[in-house]
Design a protein around this ligand. Sequence first.
Ligand code: ADP
Ligand code: MG
Length: 212
Amino acid sequence: MKRLHVIKMKKMLENASRMIAANEPYLTEVDTAIGDGDHGTGMKRGFSALYKMLERQEFYEWDTLCGAAGIELVKSMGGASGVIFGTLFIGGIDRLPHESSCSLTEIADYFMEGEKAIERRGKAKAGQKTMLDALLPAVEALKKGADTGMEIEDAFFYAYNAALKGAEDSKGMESKVGRSKNFRESVLGLPDPGAISTSLIFKAFYEELVSR
Ligand code: ADP
Ligand code: MG
């Protein structure tokens, strides 16, 4: 597939919402070990609100859909991750067309800008044990896919695997930002909760993309 329809992207967001909600206990467990234990409930609250909003509304353009998704997350979640995951969907909105279909180049640029916006907002970089450790490799995979003329499905397959590897790699990192920095070396060996969430989002995107 060379262009992605807004209806499919809406389904991908719905699947991400289900995926996050289903993994709430796991996210809680990870954040209890290295943070304050609220990541699972916060993410579930945000993505459940997102799911309900998507159920209620029809979307005809990419920028309208993704902007509304980001705003819903910020509104309903609160906390660090409300801003962070909201920014993921809002930060690159200028790169999206006000149209019903989107190219892989536009999608990759959109998520790349979202990643940069999170870096600016949170004053963090990949390598500091945050969700950026899953997000940056994922968006780089999308960008590489776009630059090499890949099918959209294949690019999302690589993005999902890159996010998964990033979350796995976060286990070996020391925390420098956010609440888990208070735990210092004791977080070694444990993954970052936000990085796990990010890999789940990309997993859900990919699985929905290749379904039916
Ligand atoms: P809080 O830190 O307010 O308790 P959550 O527990 O919901 O919020 O989210 C924690 C996650 O947020 C971390 O696992 C990490 O991935 C992400 N995070 C925290 N601070 C930053 C930051 N400055 N930049 C990027 N991600 C961050
Ligand atoms: Mg927390």
